[in-house]
Design a protein around this ligand. Sequence first.
Ligand code: SF4
Ligand code: SF4
Length: 591
Amino acid sequence: MVTRYMLGNEAIAHACCEADLDFASGYPGTPSSEVIDTLRIQKERDFYIEWSVNEKVALENALGASWTGVRCLVTMKHVGLNVAADPLMTSGYTGIKGGMVILSADDPYAHSSQNEQDSRNYAKFAKIICLDPANVQEAHDMMKISYELSEEFLLPVLFRPTTRICHSKSNVELSPSGEEHRTGQFEKNPAQYVVIPVHTRVLHKKLNEKQISLSKRLLELNLNFAEIRGKTAVIAGGIAAEYVKEIIPDDVSFAKIGAYPINREWLSEFVEKHEKVLVIEELSPVIEEETAQVACNAKIFGKINGCVPHEGELDQASVALAFEKAGIKSKKSFDGEIQPVTGLPPRPPILCAGCAHRATFYAMKKVFGKKAVYPSDIGCYTLGIQLGTVDTTICMGASITVGSGIAHSGDDSDVVCTIGDSTFLHTGIQGLLNAAYNGANMTVVILDNRITAMTGHQPNPNTGLTAKGEVSPVISIDSICRSCGVSFVETIDPYDLTAMLNTFKAAKETKGVKVVISRQPCVIAARRQGIKRRAFSVNTEACIGCGACVKFGCPAIEFYDEKASINELCSGCGVCADICPKGAITQEVSK
Ligand code: SF4
Ligand code: SF4
């Protein structure tokens, strides 16, 4: 046993190696991405690993591998579970063979997400096991237990860390990586793996019959436990249980829920020993609803009566406030704690200096104007909202589909969608196929930076590398678009402003679906690969202080004393030089 200071996601990845992982797949999404990123670079254990093109594909891949008997991991962020929901909902029926863990990382407070959905609801819906760690060490330990439980009950386990667990660092006790390597062998079993109605009805009954023994096993493993200390009780789950432990008085009973399904008999027995029960958990009232259903005499406090917020993250202070609202005196007071500083100027996130997306947005706006509708998608380019070129964003791949709906609505505005290469391959293709087939009049701009940038530069089929860094054929986005039925497909360099403007003008004048592929590697990825462009600077003699370059929004451009200047962030894209009406911006001469 060794102790190492590590990130939650690294601890989870290490636990998978300790548990003899044979197969890993996933789609990047904050806060889950570092699990696969850690697994793909670790040297202790050799196994198959891939970045899949979306979460549904990742889960189905892992399910197939599990049916051959190998141990599998599939990772995603919480909204990715929506994409994978179709196979997820039937995976409990078919069951698994080799242990299978579906990691769905939740993001309370929506630090980098479009919603705050709670993956525990999916586990309940699919009637599969869910483990909900409270700290980094527990995340490590629970991941190992997940594989045992999965194989004991022949069910996938939904593993649900939250952002605070994934991205916190802590000392973690680790064991060596496992040495068992299984070789997959698929054994035909149509009654189990072919969900025709006659099989499904039997499989559903079997799944239901597992629920009680499963909930009892979670108690035996001490994943759910209770301590009776008085007539008042607090029940908490996930990271909230850690906050509760720090402030709960000695005469208040405590129950911790780390795993689902909760055994109802046990919960009822605990609740009825108390007059008052406060339930504390982040996001959905999953524990609270179960508690309210079993309570006969005890008064229940929680989200239902406003003691605990329904949204956002909890912390010690908000948990102490919940105690106060429920009439429980917490052990620690938070009066006089350091308060956040207020009144600071807002610092919205912006695209990097030299980001090709900025140049694309600029040209789009120039040609299509303010009145055009700009549906966008999930990726760095959502930051185009600062440039007035993002009017809608809902979920992966929805720019083209939402745009198609607007185009068919009778609104005669130009519709110009933006979508990244990774998102296009994830769920954008079907939207384009549908738009072309049904004759939408719209322009689709594929912001092709050849990588999945926002989540940490993971490769995708457009990068030409696998998760392990092996060379793989680069797919042709141009050919995909043409085979979807689009005849106007143009690929342009966003740093070539004139060509961009001309291409967008041609798209505006053409009816039907037009695709413009704006291709330039991510500026950060390019720099890491050693691509360097000479920086630009402003000739203050020539600068008339018109501010046209400043409006472009590059963080390398500053404005002092009625003149523009360029700072050290400049990555040499040259677009501002094309924008300047006086030719005052020029590339520096190499020294
Ligand atoms: S050339 Fe201009 S737009 Fe490009 S990174 Fe430098 S300052 Fe920014
Ligand atoms: S666009 Fe040219 S002239 Fe106008 S402020 Fe910038 S550098 Fe000066």
